[in-house]
Design a protein around this ligand. Sequence first.
Ligand code: GTP
Ligand code: MG
Length: 199
Amino acid sequence: MFIDFSAMTLELTAGRPDQFPRENSPAGRRPQIAFSGRSNVGKSSLINAVSGKKGPARVSSTPGKTVTINFYNAGDRAYLVDLPGYGFARRSAADKQRFSELTDAYLRYAAGKRLRLIIQLVDMTAGPTEDDLLMIDWMTRLGVPYLIAVSKADKPNAAERADAMSVIGNLGGIRDPLPVSARSGEGVKQLVSEIIKVI
Ligand SMILES: Nc1nc2c(ncn2[C@@H]2O[C@H](COP(=O)(O)OP(=O)(O)OP(=O)(O)O)[C@@H](O)[C@H]2O)c(=O)[nH]1
Ligand SMILES: [Mg+2]
């Protein structure tokens, strides 16, 4: 199958569940692959790396500001879905509440149906956080298949990398955790092939 990820565009920004693609529309039937992880872990940068271009996802300098779910249309064949980042300490209690309600609504809307895979990012330097473990537990309970992508693989030295990979190796998923870097391009081709496999 050929999918032109370089032509990917931001089609929809949903701040409320009623804005998700409607289940009985052509758009609502497309497979979805969601990117999850704490704020600043590199979700949007990785979506851009998959597209091979600077855009289409916005990499914000003020992380955790917007609580929306962004749907990127990949050649009318699938959506790459940028979930709101979690674990942002300076977010207000009301925004945290909105984050978990929106993410929960998305998972309930998509799990077991159009959601084919969650790419769960874990920062190679910051390691798995308490929130990462909660998210993995949540996906496991919903039965959503996930793949751990270990982000910012360009940052640590070889020893730190080995340590991180051995800890992160225990987090489960459909295959071994995949080291990735939006900066160096490491792992991006493999990630694209995992995405195509599930579409
Ligand atoms: N060294 C390095 N930095 C990266 C990499 N990917 C992203 N970054 C940097 O990390 C910061 C956050 O990246 P984003 O892609 O905006 O992270 P995000 O997960 O989308 O964050 P939220 O949208 O707030 O949830 C930016 O300053 C990026 O330049 C990477 O592979 N290597
Ligand atoms: Mg982002």
